[in-house]
Design a protein around this ligand. Structure first.
Ligand SMILES: Cc1ncc(COP(=O)(O)O)c(C=O)c1O
Length: 214
């Protein structure tokens, strides 16, 4: 999130004394290397920010349920009372991840970055779709408003007519979130790995449901 947006949020928090929960799980998936700002670093925010983070994105450990929070100690003592313990084998994997050569993370980010270029240019090549280049994380948000069809309906079409690996997650009005096939349970049968397959898949969507929508 741009610094000025964080400042915009931090100001009322400081003025009115409320807390911020900052989910920073994608902070290492920063494609342009510009650095990711944390609201906790803004003046007077450290004592009123709870940072939540985890291993699932940086170390591709989604589903391992291993995460952590960073917060003032007085609050941490309270939060501790609410939490159960993470499985020990998961903790050992977490230690291995932290102790490993972190180049693996940069390599993974580089790989995601190349897939991002291909995915976004593939989407933008489809008539009626415009997609901004995401600066981080693992999602693309193509704008499909030109079809003038409710986004849920578009998502349904992609799912059912293109036999695709996208699943229906409509967000923010006219935007569609294309989600990883492999994030779906295996029994969905539609499940195929994320980015690469979406890219293979883009000619399919350009030829079938998208044309059909016009
Ligand atoms: C913004 C955000 N925060 C947290 C998570 C949680 O990841 P996990 O439950 O795998 O640790 C996700 C996963 O998709 C996410 O997108």
């Amino acid at each position: 999130m741009p610094l000025e947006d964080l400042e915009h949020i931090a100001q009322p928090a400081a003025d009115h004394g409320f807390w911020i929960i900052s989910d920073e799980i994608y902070s290492r998936l920063d494609f342009d290397g510009k650095g990711v700002h944390s609201i906790a670093a803004l003046p007077d925010m450290l004592e009123r920010t709870i940072i939540v983070d985890g291993f699932s994105k940086t170390y591709a450990m989604t589903g391992w349920r291993l995460g952590y929070g960073i917060m003032p100690e007085s609050l941490a003592r309270r939060v501790e009372l609410l939490l159960g313990c993470t499985a020990t084998f998961t903790q050992f994997v977490g230690i291995q991840a932290l102790a490993a050569d972190q180049e693996m993370v940069s390599n993974m980010v580089e790989d995601y970055k190349q897939r991002r270029e291909r995915l976004v240019s593939g989407l933008n090549a489809i008539r009626g779709i415009s997609c901004q280049l995401p600066q981080g994380a693992i999602y693309a948000f193509p704008n499909v408003s030109s079809f003038n069809i409710p986004v849920r309906q578009i998502a349904d079409r992609i799912l059912t007519e293109a036999e695709s690996q996208c699943c229906q997650v409509p967000i923010l009005g006219n935007m569609v979130k294309a989600i990883s096939g492999d994030a779906l349970p295996p029994q969905t049968k539609r499940s195929i790995p994320l980015w690469n397959d979406l890219i293979y898949f883009s000619p399919l969507i350009s030829s079938r449901p998208w044309n059909h929508l016009r």
